[in-house]
Design a protein around this ligand. Structure first.
Ligand code: AMP
Ligand code: GLY
Length: 423
């Protein structure tokens, strides 16, 4: 198959790595990619957010399948443009992608579909915001109602901080104030063709910048998969996944289908397991980053079969995806000052040595070659991924590789998968 992958992050690198690992040979091209992706497949400099440019490239290049990595091309209508010309595309159209882009839309769909989620109220003025904050009480959860790259969410014990955050984001639109939900977080990815869903294996993301979940929220500083503690509570991973399919994924997909906004792509369910049951905190309309880097290395079923079946409405013919018993851990290396404006342009070293560690692979997030040197070009720079038979060994491998990588001022968490590894 000729596959075009849109995007330039570690998630896209992980998708391409999974496609290259399949027994069948594919012709893969990435746009725009990054320096790590360019080591394994050709990259083209087209604008992934420009529907016309992507359509023209896919058409002229006889592309069989377009896989959209990030949300921006979805919001720009890239999937709609491709689908209208009969090109199979894995990624929802603009309207269905609103499930990620607008928290208000997501809450409405969940309410209509009877999907369990936290109580939320919308505020358009600071007066409303303060009233709702006081009604809900601490801890406070304030969310900007739009794409804010993870930065629009504040969870805090401080009423003053909650008010300040509301005031800031009210300058950009409404804010949503939510009931605080306590419990373990799970990211579950489901492939959807608009009617049928197929689940991948659950993962846990580490959203805060620093160890012990201190510091600001980020795009994600690390992840692991599978989640052995699900067995204790649900009996098995499969039982948990089935419950999410029945109570969350299928009702949501059906509601969107009924509204003629078919969801064709990856439904990312961000869940909290509260004492009262599973609750949705957010939906995304794409693979999660860094969770993809730990889910796909464990996937045994050819990824291209699943993506193509979702894109072409034939997921019902696909058996449930199979996973190895290996575990995977990823540690994200970020630039100085991330998640604020990152210091970029610094030289990276030690990647060859890191990748030589047994079970380790690297997914590049923001790298480029400048004057013959590999440099960091963004906030999250690399995902160091390690697989092993158990978490203690996977963690050991991941951190051995992390320690071999040089980047001045870089940041990473040292506690990824520590609890589950028993350390
Ligand atoms: P979101 O961007 O909506 O996923 O929020 C980012 C992070 O904030 C989540 O991963 C949670 O850790 C936290 N969070 C969001 N909503 C809530 C909530 N209602 N209760 C507790 N924590 C939340
Ligand atoms: N890791 C969280 C996300 O991809 O949104």
């Amino acid at each position: 198959m000729k596959i075009l992958v849109l995007g330039s992050g570690a998630r896209e690198h992980a998708i391409i790595t999974a496609l290259l690992r399949e027994p069948g040979q594919h012709d893969i091209v990435a746009a725009p990619g990054n320096a790590g992706i360019a080591l394994v497949v050709p990259v083209v400099g087209i604008d992934a957010n420009d529907p016309e440019a992507v359509l023209e490239f896919a058409h002229e290049g006889d592309i069989d399948l377009v896989v959209v990595g990030p949300e921006a091309p979805l919001v720009a209508g890239v999937a709609d443009a491709l689908r209208s010309r009969g090109i199979p595309v894995f990624g929802p159209g603009r309207e269905a992608a609103t499930l990620e882009g607008s928290k208000t839309f997501a809450k409405r769909i969940m309410a209509e579909a009877g999907v369990p989620t936290g109580r939320a109220e919308r505020a358009g003025t600071l007066e409303d915001a303060v009233r709702i904050l006081d009604e809900f009480g601490a801890p406070y959860v304030v969310k900007a109602d739009g794409l804010a790259a993870g930065k629009g969410v504040l969870v805090t014990e401080s009423r003053d901080a909650a008010i300040e955050h509301s005031a800031h984001w009210l300058g950009h639109g409404d804010v949503l104030i939510e009931e605080f939900l306590a419990g373990q977080e799970v990211s579950l990815f489901l492939l959807s063709d608009g009617h049928t869903v197929r689940p991948l294996s659950p993962a846990q993301d580490y959203k805060r910048l620093k160890d012990d979940d201190e510091g600001p929220n980020t795009g994600g500083m690390g992840a692991y998969s599978p989640l052995p503690w699900l067995d204790e509570r649900f009996g098995s991973e499969e039982a948990f996944v089935d419950e999410v399919i029945e109570t969350v994924a299928l009702p949501t997909i059906r509601q969107l289908a009924a509204e003629e906004k078919p969801f064709i792509g990856l439904l990312y369910c961000g869940l909290i397991l509260t004492d009262a049951g599973i609750r949705v905190i957010e939906f995304n309309a794409r693979f999660g980053d860094p969770e993809t880097q730990v889910v796909l290395p464990r996937l045994e079923t050819p990824l291209s079969d699943l993506l193509f079946a979702a894109a072409s409405g034939t997921l019902v013919d696909q058996p449930r995806p199979a996973f190895t018993n290996d575990v995977a851990v990823t540690v994200v290396i970020a630039s100085e000052n991330y998640p604020g404006t990152p210091v970029v342009g610094r030289v990276l070293s030690g990647l060859v040595e890191a990748e030589a560690v047994e079970g380790v692979s690297l997914a590049h997030a923001a790298t480029a070659v400048e004057e013959g040197e590999l440099v960091a070009t963004g906030g999250r720079v690399l995902s160091v991924v390690a697989t092993a038979a158990g978490f203690a060994e996977a963690r050991r491998r991941a951190y051995e590789a992390v320690d071999l990588i040089g980047l001045e001022g870089s940041q990473h968490r040292s506690d990824i998968a520590a609890k589950v590894a028993g350390s």
